[in-house]
Structures are given as structure tokens and as C-alpha cells.
Design a protein around this ligand. Sequence first.
Ligand code: PLP
Length: 464
Amino acid sequence: MLENGSENDALREWDGENVLHPWENSATVRDRSRTFVEGAQGIYVYSEDGKRLLDGPGGMWCVQIGYGRRDLAQAMADQAMQLGYYSAFNNSNSVTAELAHEIAARTPGDLNTVFFTTGGSTAVDSALRFIHYRNNVLGKPEKKKVISRHKAYHGSTYLAATMSGKERDKGWMDVAHELVHFLPDVNPYRRPSGMSVNEFLEEKLADLENAILELGADQVAAFIAEPILSSGGVIVPPEGYHKRCLEICRKHDVLYISDEVVTGYGRLGHWFASEDVFGITPDIITCAKGMTSGYVPMGAAIISDRLIQDVVDSGKDATFSNGYTYSGHPVSAAAALKNIRIFEDEGILEHVRDVTPHFQERLHKLRDLPIVGDTRGMGLVGCVECVADSRSPDPLALDHAVGARIDARCQELGLLVRPIVNMCVFSPPLIITRDEIDEMFDLLEQGIRLATDDLAREGLWKAA
Ligand code: PLP
């Protein structure tokens, strides 16, 4: 805990010297200026100096039930005392079995088999490895390629990172290029001028089908898609896109992985968005984050019974050699079970559906600000995209760090947002009230105005 001056200095020193943070840049690797977050309650976190900050990103799109829930902590403590850990490789335990049953009851169609992982990347990795394993077992070892999309984010393990289509994240990193094919951006805001959203939809569907035909359906194992491309800037594809993509996949015997690491667990007002929001029953759903509301790590690849049966029916003695020491960790499972109970006892899904119209209305109102080119979102997730000139959506003409500038100004005002290049995204805890939504957007609007003034003063932005 950062309390007094010298201790504060020491901890800052250790953080700079001894911690390599995620997504660290070589230029800031020894940075000692990070905000230390030392406490949290409800939708707020507290920095080392006691400052209260409304948590716009909800941790990292994950703290669904909010911070400081004693009942969730107690469920974890009770489980830790009863059975703190045991391996799931050759044994089982009641809390993990019960959790799998509860998850299966909430997934669409025949997605009833849960492979527990340690987070979202390992869920995606396991889903892909399962598909490769199945195709090997079925005697189709050449059917391995995966189709993903520009601006997708699927994680940070080698395979999941391979499927991620954010070019800026790949500049200095290696991936398995031969396993993936990327489709162009599906963001309707970036469609060519003069093209209708419907024409754009048809073009995006043709992109998928043409890719399968060009690569050869016998080479393509799966299509992986976030229902909303979250880290890519909350990109909501045109209506009907997912349903038609699934039809194309079915036609060509290509499996569909719906990556619900962000959209699962209530973000769009439902346990899972695939069927309830987008009308599809994919072959595998991946989830993590909101599963435990971020209190402990856990993820899952939820696999269709049909795929499991394919492997069983093959009659082969084939091991799925994929698993983690902490697959089905009992303490994480206890947290995930309690999380489901809290969602139900407190009507969290209903609450999200209830406050979503207000959240989205306040979000879209930000379009009135001259630096804002687009606002987009669904449920309790949103994005503000800034542009140099609201009539020409060319983010490259603008200072790339505008998202970070807004974040810095918002933090001074008492709000955290997540900056991504020229965008800010937010996905607050799902318990956020209507008044707190107003507080969040009031602060955001002020922060954007202040950052715009800064840019104008520095000659980096000019009103149209
Ligand atoms: N998939 C999606 C859609 C994500 O947004 C993320 C993380 O943001 C991941 C996978 C990776 O999850 P994790 O960071 O838990 O490994």
C-alpha cells in the first residue's frame, strides 16, 4: 500500500525496476509514473492518493458485479478452506461440475461441454486446438486454416495472437502467419463513401465466402469472430452479418467460433450474445472476464456436443493433449458460481437491459462534439472515435495519442477511460445506475472538451 512518501517512492522504484507490464513499450519500460490503484468499491477505484475514479473500462471489460463484494470474496474463501486446489486432469470436484452444469444451462443449442481455462487467450487457444484435434481425428489434417478479421482481438498466447488482426500489435511480434487469413475491416463507419450499409454488408459477406473458396474449404477449419470487435474499437458489424456468416460457414463445412470474452456475461444484457442478440448458435463459444467478474482468473471454451460426438464416434484412441494446471480451479469455479447467483438474485441482466437505452443515448449525444467523428456501442459498451474533421473521417490526420490525451484529462476529473489510438472505449461495471451513467458521460464530455482545447492550443486540431 502506498501510504507515506518514502514507501511510495520505494514501491514506484520497484514497479519501474522489477515489473514488466502487459503491452509495455521499450521507451517506457522503466516508467515510474503509473497510477497505483489501491482499492475499489462499487463502480469506483481509488488511487494511491485516495482519489476516487469512476471505472469506465470496468477493470478490463470484466468487473460486472462491481468491486468490493464480500459475498463473492466469502465464497472464494470458503472454497479455499475446503479445497484450495486439486488437479482436474484425472479427478473432479463438485464445484467445477456444478459450474459446468450451470454454464451449459445458459448457452445456446447443444453447447454443453465446458473446457475450463485460465482466461480468454487460453480459451481461444483451446478452442482452436480442439478444432485442429477434431480434424486430425476425422482424417482431415489439411483442414487447419482459420479465418479472422482485421481489427479482431483474440488474445496474447501465440495462437490467439496469431488470430488477432490489430496490425499495430504485431509490428515487433511473431505469429503463425500460415494458419490465418484476415478479412477486411467490417466497420460500417469506414465503408467507402457512397456505399450504403446494406451494400457494405453484402461486400463483407462476399469477403468471407470468397476467402473460403480461394483458400479451399478443405483447408479452412474455422471462422473466429467477436460478436462486437471490442478492443478493435467497439465495431458493431451491420445487422444480419453474424447470421449470414454462419450460413456461409455451414455451407462450406467451416466451424464458427464466437469469441464472447467481452460480450458474454451480461455486457449486452444476456448471458451470451450469440443467440440472444445475434440469433446464431455457433460451434464453440469462448468466454472469460465477466465469468468471475474479474475477481480471479478463469475462462472457458464451450464446445458443441456434436463436435465432441464426432471425436467419440471416430472410435480412435486420440488424446486431446491440451490443459492447464489450473483448468477448473475450484476457487475460481466457486467465484464463478457465486457470480451467477449474484447476477440472478440481483437481476443484473434485466438491469443492463433497463439502463442500456439511456447509456446509448448519452453515448451518441457525444457526436455533437466537433472532434468526435463516430460513437458506437451496444449494451453497456461504447466507443468514441475522434477525427481531425468530422466531415472527413481520417484519423491519421489527427494526433494518434488523442485517446490517451482524453484519458489523462478525464483522470484529472475523476474518470478512467480506455484509450486506443484515436478512440476511447468504456465498459463500466454492469451495476452502474442511471445517475452514475450521467456522471460518467458528463465527465467524459468535459474530458473530451479539455483535450480538444489542448490539441487546438498546440495547433494539432482545428474546428471545421
Ligand atoms: N478475446 C477477446 C474478444 C478479448 O477481448 C480478450 C481480451 O481482451 C481476449 C480474448 C483475451 O483474454 P485474456 O486477456 O483474458 O487472455
